[in-house]
Ligand binder design. Structure first.
Ligand SMILES: Nc1ncnc2c1ncn2[C@@H]1O[C@H](COP(=O)(O)OP(=O)(O)OP(=O)(O)O)[C@@H](O)[C@H]1O
Length: 309
């Protein structure tokens, strides 16, 4: 069973002077994350990835549709239900420095959990749990405890946030661009760590604009373009046989050694004249606001209309 499910989720922001204009950041998005599964949510800057993560964490409300966790509508949670949700679901974000208060020692993020959520656990036992959580993110407690944020590297701070999530014994991690700011070797370490967590049964929504990283560890990939899921499925299929021209454009624009990287062009994507969606569903109309669902090309490999913009 899926733990986190997005069911036809929309998000509109009020923008412009006095909020007079509406910007639709997410349109009709549906996908799920299951226990022990890493789902990559991939798209360019501005495609709505962070908005989806923030809605799942209830940091911003859903405009239409529903996000459910174990079948319960996340928007409807209050009081204890909401507290219980955050015991199960936590987010880690791109900039680890912004999650720490520079005037407090970094391990405060680990200790405040005890007073807030585990007051029954004694100090010695908590210390043991903190050490175990740090070791499971491959940090040496002696090197990171009792330090201020500026005395630690971005990778160490990022891992400490993951350790915090583990101390909470969460079931789902929403990881938003968590490795973008890390150096190459630390990135691989954190990716490997996510692989370990997955093996322990954690579900992970891995938000990234970097296809090569998305490919490395993910079980399923969801490709987002301008707030619309254009393709999704097992990562091997999406990357091996991309069906939507946007996925192909993204894949072909992954920087390669010795070639100059051009950003993916704005506007209609190249190759949109072939629409696999309409080959599968020739009777669907193709018009703005058109086909809402994705068509199945091969089991759980789904594709959207290539012509909708
Ligand atoms: N609080 C907000 N108010 C108004 N518009 C917003 C708000 N947050 C995001 N947006 C807009 O919604 C769209 C999607 O933004 P979002 O941050 O979700 O994209 P993203 O794919 O995560 O991009 P990035 O990788 O750059 O963070 C963008 O056009 C953005 O400007």
């Amino acid at each position: 069973m899926s733990m986190l499910t997005l069911d036809r989720v929309w998000k509109s922001y009020r923008v412009g002077a006095f909020g007079g204009r509406e910007l639709t950041a997410v349109r009709d998005a549906s996908f799920a994350v299951r226990p022990g599964e890493l789902v990559s949510l991939i798209g360019e800057s501005g495609s709505g990835k962070t908005t989806i993560g923030r809605m799942a964490l209830r940091l911003t409300p859903v405009s239409k549709g529903a996000i459910t966790y174990d079948g319960q509508d996340v928007s409807a949670l209050t009081g204890r239900g909401l507290a219980g949700y955050y015991r199960n679901v936590q987010g880690v974000f791109q900039d680890p420095f912004s999650s720490y208060n520079p005037i407090f020692k970094a391990d405060r993020v680990l200790h405040t959990i005890r007073s807030g959520l585990f007051p029954e656990v004694g100090a010695a036992e908590w210390r043991k749990r903190v050490d175990a959580a740090l070791e499971s993110v491959r940090l040496d407690p002696r090197q990171v405890l009792d330090k201020y944020p500026h005395q630690l590297s971005g990778g160490q701070l990022q891992r400490m946030l993951i350790a915090r999530a583990l101390l909470l014994d969460i079931r789902l991690l929403i990881a938003d661009e968590i490795i973008s700011m890390l150096d190459a070797s630390t990135r691989i370490d954190v990716l490997n760590l996510l692989g370990d967590l997955k093996a322990r049964g954690l579900g992970i929504l891995f938000i990234t604009h970097d296809l090569s990283l998305g490919h490395y560890i993910s079980d399923r990939a969801v490709i987002l373009r301008r707030g619309v899921v254009v393709e999704m499925g097992p990562t091997g299929k999406v990357f091996g046989e991309p069906l939507h021209p946007y996925t192909r454009t993204l894949l072909s624009s992954v920087p390669q050694l010795h070639t100059k990287w051009e950003r993916t062009p704005a506007g209609p994507v190249a190759g949109a004249e072939r629409c696999v969606y309409h080959e599968l569903r020739p009777d669907e109309p193709c018009e703005p606001g058109g086909p809402p669902a994705l068509a199945s090309a091969d089991g759980d490999h789904l594709v959207g209309c290539a012509r909708l913009d």
